[in-house]
Design a binder for this molecule. Structure first.
Ligand code: NGQ
Ligand code: ZN
Length: 457
């Protein structure tokens, strides 16, 4: 049974000195005492849990940077970005998706993400016809995660309508669509593949895309399959959708959802951006996770989440890289705090009297909320958790003169050099000395695919 030792390891209540970690069949056992060091291999000065990434659309990695030019006469917005994204999505097939996702997952691992929640809706051929194997696109993601060695929470996504008014899917949305039965068949099919590194949940694309009756039927069916299955939804990202929801359902999106579904700890509400004060308190009380994607939300011009009020109400949260214009938990957490500083003109907004460090507050929330949204026991160096950990690079000049109390703040707020040196997922080393074991091959295949897609092939 491999045994490791860290001078300091991030335990559920912060850094503890002299921690021994034993790894037994992908799970870990942590002890703190110098005496327990024994024959354990010393990892380094600072070890932290692997970070869950609670929101990803893998294919969008390959279009990062292609939507930053002003379009013709239009005023650029989320909705014009979405057209660029749809045009790109229409060209991606299963082999392309596998190559793009594997490259993305290598980047995630190197940045410190060890589990990714794939909110996956690119199901069928571009004209809407299912592939010969209707699960082909989902399986491409499963294969990509396996090649890279990252943990995957696969969230096949239900997408049925093009708006709150129930209009049919547009031509470009056709490949996303399912009826309820076809969707549940896909979920059942994927569930048999579950393993310590593959968890299957579901996503409802948005209230725009799932009619009320379908929402009810699907939630009942998945409750029968597995009472703890993660359920994710895009909820209130854009003012336009909040206004449509108010106009057609006479309620704000979060308010409507809380009134019509039993939202609890299984749920992750992605982009819970636009909340009234009452919704903020109600959402926090459900125990559900607010899925925040600060770099994408900034990139798309979404708005700012009411972080302080939500934390005061005891709400759970985690972060995701979503459209992958950035692949770094550091940048997500930093911008979560910076957005608040810019709008409030204060500093250390997420910190509190109980936990005065901004970085430690953000890290603790993102680990716990991310793990909860993943539906896997991880995000903590504690007994029985999956053995996912990061070793920080104690040779980095950035950590010079930093005691344990300032390490997390330095990691999150001091520059752009990646401090993650080694990464373990489920007891296996996937990154050592900053290199992923298969990064050269995976990057070469990615290059070929993206160059062909760019040529329109
Ligand atoms: C998505 N992405 O499904 O990829 C969405 C945009 C939509 C973000 N919301 C499409 N960031 O919401 O209709
Ligand atoms: Zn999304």
């Amino acid at each position: 049974m491999p045994a490791y030792f860290a001078d300091y390891a991030w335990l559920p209540h912060g850094f503890a000195a002299d921690v021994r970690v034993d790894v037994d069949h992908a799970a870990l056992h942590a002890t703190t005492t110098q005496a327990a060091r024994g024959e354990a291999e010393r990892l380094g000065r600072y070890v932290v849990p692997g970070m869950p990434n609670l929101h990803s659309h893998a294919f969008q990695r390959a279009m990062a940077g292609l939507a930053e030019r002003r379009g013709g006469n239009s005023e650029d917005s989320f909705w014009t970005w979405r057209e660029v994204m749809y045009a790109f999505a229409g060209r991606v097939g299963p082999d392309d998706l596998r190559a793009i996702a594997a490259q993305l997952y290598v980047e995630m691992l190197k940045a410190g993400y060890t589990q990714v929640c794939e909110f996956h809706y690119l199901h069928h051929q571009p004209d809407g016809t299912p592939y010969a194997d209707p699960a082909a696109m989902s399986l491409a993601l499963v294969e990509a995660a396996r090649e890279a060695g990252i943990g995957l929470t696969l969230l096949p996504t239900l997408y049925m309508t093009g708006g709150f008014d129930g209009r049919p899917l547009s031509e470009r949305q056709r490949r996303f669509g399912h009826d309820v039965d076809g969707f549940l068949r896909l979920v059942e099919r994927l569930r048999v593949l579950e393993s310590p590194t593959l968890r299957v949940g579901i996503a409802l694309h948005s209230l725009r895309a799932v009619p009320e009756e379908a929402l009810r039927v699907v939630l009942e069916a998945v409750q029968q399959m597995d009472g703890r299955m993660p359920v994710h939804i895009h909820i209130a990202e854009q003012i336009g959708e909040v206004q449509d929801c108010l106009a057609l359902r006479n309620a704000q999106p979060v308010e409507w959802l809380l009134d019509h579904a039993e939202v609890d700890r299984r749920w992750c509400l992605v982009h819970a951006t636009h909340l009234t004060e009452a919704e903020t308190r109600r959402l926090a009380a459900t125990g559900a996770v607010a899925g925040l994607c600060p770099t994408t939300e900034a990139n798309l011009g979404d708005g700012l989440f009411p972080l302080r009020a939500y934390l005061d109400a005891g709400g759970a949260l985690g972060v995701g890289s979503d459209s992958h214009i950035s692949v770094s938990p550091v940048e997500e957490l930093r911008w979560l705090e910076y957005g608040q500083r810019l709008i409030t003109r204060h500093r250390n907004v997420s910190a509190s009297a109980a936990v005065p460090s901004s970085g430690e507050t953000l890290l603790a929330h993102a680990l716990a909320g991310g793990a909860q949204a993943s539906g896997v026991t991880l995000g903590a160096l504690e007994d029985g958790a999956r053995a996912d950990l990061l070793v920080l690079d104690d040779a980095s000049p950035l950590l010079a003169g930093r005691d344990a109390a300032h390490v997390v703040d330095t990691w999150l707020f001091a520059g752009n050099a990646n401090l993650v040196r080694d990464v373990m997922v489920a007891g296996e080393w996937v990154v050592r000395e900053g290199r992923h074991h298969d990064e050269t091959r995976i990057a070469a295949r990615y290059r070929d695919v993206v160059e062909r897609l760019a040529r329109g092939g």
